[in-house]
Design a protein around this ligand. Sequence first.
Ligand SMILES: Cc1cc2nc3c(=O)[nH]c(=O)nc-3n(C[C@H](O)[C@H](O)[C@H](O)COP(=O)(O)O)c2cc1C
Length: 192
Amino acid sequence: MEKSSSIEHPVLELIKKRRSIRAFSNEPIAADKICSLFEATRWAPSSSNEQPWVYIYATQEQPELWNKMFECLNEGNKIWVKDAPLLILSLARKEFTTYGSANAHAMYDLGGANSFLSLQAVEMGLQVRQMAGFNHLKAVESFNIPNLYDVGVFIAVGYPGDPDNLPEKLKQRELAPRERFLQQEFVMNKPF
Ligand SMILES: Cc1cc2nc3c(=O)[nH]c(=O)nc-3n(C[C@H](O)[C@H](O)[C@H](O)COP(=O)(O)O)c2cc1C
């Protein structure tokens, strides 16, 4: 499947600027900015307006809570997450609050909300890296997560830092051009 590094058609400036960085500065994030990140998720669309997302967050100023999150991550992620001033654990409520039946789109909605959060971050000079690389059981136990919730991803948030502070291999990946499939690989104007 063909990929390219260039933007082939005009898109929002925020979309152009967003990237999942690993080199974070340890500069703290002001409390009002953290509120704006979660405010952005409030206004994301969701099936039946259920807003099934739930977030637990910890700043570096809360070392006990922050470390509890950090310890859930895979070793490969710990290498670069260590400087991130804000960690977030995102969850999806599996049942509709109104009907009590299964919400098959809860994780889909959480992904949408996390994208809103990511773009809001960029607007404020921050960047986000989402992580599926974590110990699921440890996350459930450490945060006492009820069975009603599915664990989505952990999210590292911070201001961009100096890639020179990353180990050489990660530095190279940080500075490498980003590639994407061309639209012809995934957009169809006809049935399969
Ligand atoms: C669901 C999900 C899980 C991810 N898990 C990890 C992870 O565990 N570790 C990591 O370094 N990056 C992770 N990423 C970041 C992706 O690698 C990244 O989004 C992808 O390479 C595209 O780069 P970009 O976000 O800069 O466009 C994850 C992203 C998503 C959306």
